[in-house]
Each structure stands twice: as structure tokens, then as C-alpha cells.
Design a protein around this ligand. Structure first.
Ligand code: PLP
Length: 367
């Protein structure tokens, strides 16, 4: 049986629309020249609409982590201090990424399943006046918690720190307002709420961030993953070859189609559609006695985690759904391994019928 016969309901990568898939099968074209530039700039423009920004946008080649690593490594110097939020697996990863880039980390933590508290960031900023930046995950994919980026960014603005966000699993499904909230560096991936196959990490950068980056002491952060390299090509080679490297042209074509489908549906309509699916799923889970992990006021429009029946490792539920119902969901991550399971509804092609299917399948466990 091929994997395509399975219904994919994990928190990325997601199933993509037939039109997006067709774009992947188009003839390969050069990653430079007039045609490419027109099409590349159009894609960047569509991404700016989703990020709600008029500032710089790059399409970094790689997974979401590559984009985050480029943001963190490019914008601070070795030994700089950074305040990093963590309330789960991906927040912990941000700490490793910062440490891997030679930064001194001040962690701000919250319990698993709780949101990061802006007041804790305020305290950290006041305790560490030499800190240069704040780094936070928007949607903590391990617990489904959405962190209050807008409120944390307000503190960054007040104390003149760079505000960096891992928005890998949120953009396209959870509102994020780059300019209005005063964000500085935000990276995402295209294979989650944006509904394209994996391979690219869109990155938005503020003019304020460039000022700070350009004032850094001489530093070494490779060449490829130094965002100054990407800026240089976007500026100096803009009319012919706007990126420093060969681009995955078919992935960009697929992303272009996915973004146009999002525009056609309307971003607000898409957000509302995801919310409706989340409500339907939460009600269905409650009805079969598998309670959602978070209470209703923490509803996540694109991802739902739940507890399985008492005493049963949740990997058994994940395996059961795949084997008996051909539905792929995810288990718990990190400290939630075997305790929760997670259902992704962040694909633009997931619909109400799919939610019914997964509830119906879960209701039969362990049959
Ligand atoms: C919040 C968050 N950050 C980072 C990542 C890592 O992304 P990637 O695997 O694309 O590098 C993920 C992946 O699920 C994620 O959910």
C-alpha cells in the first residue's frame, strides 16, 4: 500500500491540494532570469500579505529549523545574551539553537500546557539589561499552546530588544501581524498551515533588525546561512538572480499556487474554517471520552491534542488508526510521549468529513 492511501492528519507535513501537487510536476525552469524574477517576487509579495508586513521577506531553502537558525545566528554576535521562552519541546529546541550559535541563554519557562507569561519576560528583561533579543515559539506544536507574541513583543519594543519568533507551525492558520506587533525576525515553514510540500522556510526581517545586524562587530556565521548574504543578492542581483543559491523552483511553484488558493479563499475565511474544524473536533473528542488536553479558551485552530483512555500508551492509538483506518495522527512529544495524541487540521484540504472520520475511528478503539 502506498502512503498516499493514508489520510494525513499530523502537524506537518500536510496533505496538499491537487493543484499544488501538479505544480511540483511542472517542467523545471531556471532559478534566474526575467520569468523567474517575476514569479519569485510575486510569491514573496503573497507571503508578505500572510505575514502582514511591508518589510523584507526571503525564501530560505531548508526546513523551518534552517530558517530559525539563520535568524538567530545572523542577528546576534557570539556571547550575546538572549531571552528564550520555553513551554515545551520546540521552545527547548530554541534554547539549543541559541546555544548552538554561541549565545548566552536566559530561559523563561512555563509549565507544559500553559502559556508563556509576558510578566515573566518583563522580569527577565529587567534582570538582564544586557540582553539583546527575545526568542519565542508562536505555536508550541508539542502541547498546542499559542503563546502571546503580541504582548511579549510589546516588552521587546519598550526595552529595545530584537523580537524573534518561531512561527513554523502557525503562519497561514493562526493570525500573526509582523508590522503591527513590532516583530523583527520571524521564520516559518511551507509544509504546515501554508499547505505546500516541505523544502522552504520563509523569513521576514524588519528594518530595525537590519540596523542592528549591520552594527554588529565582525562575526562569522558561515556564508549561506548569514542573512546578509541573502540581502546582498536580493539587492545587488535583483534584476537577474535574486538569491545566492540555486532555488528549488518546483517547491516555489507549489508554494505560489498554495498562496493563491489562500488568497482566493480569503485569509480570515481560512482562519475561521480552521477554527470551526477545531471546535468540531473538540466536541467529538469530548463526546467519546477522550478529552482535549487544553480547555476551550486555549482552543488551537490548527492542532488538537487529547488524552487517550486511562493507562493506555497513546502510541497504541496512533498505530491503531494507521492500521485499521488508514489515518495517520501523531503521538505526544517530549514529556507528553505516550500520554497524549495530536491531530493536525492545519492542511487547507482537511475538511469536516475528515474530522468525522477521525472521531469515528477513535470511537472504535481498541475494537
Ligand atoms: C514550532 C516548531 N518549530 C520548529 C519545528 C521544526 O521544523 P522543521 O522540522 O521544519 O525544521 C517544528 C516542526 O514541527 C515546529 O512545530
Amino acid at each position: 500500500m502506498s502512503d498516499s492511501e493514508f489520510k494525513l492528519m499530523i502537524p506537518g507535513p500536510v496533505s496538499v491540494s491537487p493543484e499544488v501537487l501538479q505544480a511540483m510536476a511542472r517542467p523545471v525552469v531556471p532559478h534566474y532570469g526575467d520569468n523567474f524574477i517575476h514569479f519569485y517576487n510575486e510569491t514573496l509579495g503573497l507571503l508578505k500579505v500572510v505575514f502582514q508586513t511591508n518589510q523584507d521577506m526571503f525564501l530560505f531553502v531548508g526546513s523551518g529549523t534552517a530558517g530559525i537558525d539563520a535568524c538567530v545566528g545572523s542577528s546576534l554576535a557570539t556571547g550575546d545574551k538572549i531571552i528564550v521562552g520555553s513551554n515545551g519541546f520546540f521552545g527547548d529546541r530554541l534554547i539549543w539553537i541559541a546555544e548552538g550559535n554561541g549565545l548566552v541563554v536566559v530561559p523563561v519557562r512555563a509549565k507544559l500546557g500553559s502559556v508563556l507569561e509576558p510578566a515573566d519576560f518583563l522580569q527577565a528583561v529587567q534582570d538582564h539589561p544586557d540582553a539583546k533579543a527575545i526568542l519565542v515559539v508562536h505555536l508550541e506544536t508539542s502541547t498546542t499552546i499559542i503563546n502571546p507574541i503580541k504582548e511579549i513583543a510589546r516588552i521587546a519594543r519598550e526595552y529595545d530588544l530584537l523580537m524573534m519568533v518561531d512561527a513554523v507551525s502557525s503562519i497561514g492558520g493562526v493570525p500573526l501581524k509582523f508590522d503591527e506587533w513590532g516583530l523583527d525576525l520571524v521564520a516559518t515553514s511551507i509544509n504546515k498551515c501554508l499547505g505546500a510540500p516541505p523544502g522552504l522556510s520563509p523569513i521576514a526581517i524588519s528594518q530595525r533588525a537590519w540596523k542592528s545586524i549591520n552594527a554588529l562587530p565582525p562575526k562569522y556565521h558561515g556564508w549561506y546561512s548569514d542573512l546578509r548574504t541573502w540581502k546582498k543578492y536580493a539587492t545587488e542581483w535583483a534584476d537577474w538572480h535574486p538569491t545566492p543559491v540555486t532555488m528549488p523552483v518546483n517547491n516555489i511553484a507549489a508554494l505560489n499556487v498554495a498562496l493563491k488558493q489562500l488568497m482566493e479563499e480569503g485569509i480570515e475565511n481560512r482562519y475561521q474554517r480552521y477554527r470551526n474544524l477545531a471546535i468540531q473536533l473538540r466536541q467529538g473528542l469530548t463526546a467519546i471520552g477522550m478529552s482535549p488536553m487544553t480547555s476551550d479558551h486555549l482552543l488551537n485552530p490548527v492542532l488538537t491534542a487529547a488524552y487517550g483512555p486511562e493507562g493506555i500508551p497513546t502510541s497504541q492509538i496512533v498505530k491503531y488508526l494507521a492500521k485499521k483506518h488508514k489515518i495517520i495522527i501523531s503521538g505526544g512529544l517530549g514529556d507528553l510521549k505516550e500520554k497524549t495524541f495530536r491531530i493536525g487540521h492545519m492542511s487547507p484540504v482537511v475538511n469536516a468529513e475528515d474530522i468525522d472520520l477521525v472521531i469515528n475511528a477513535l470511537s472504535q478503539f481498541p475494537d
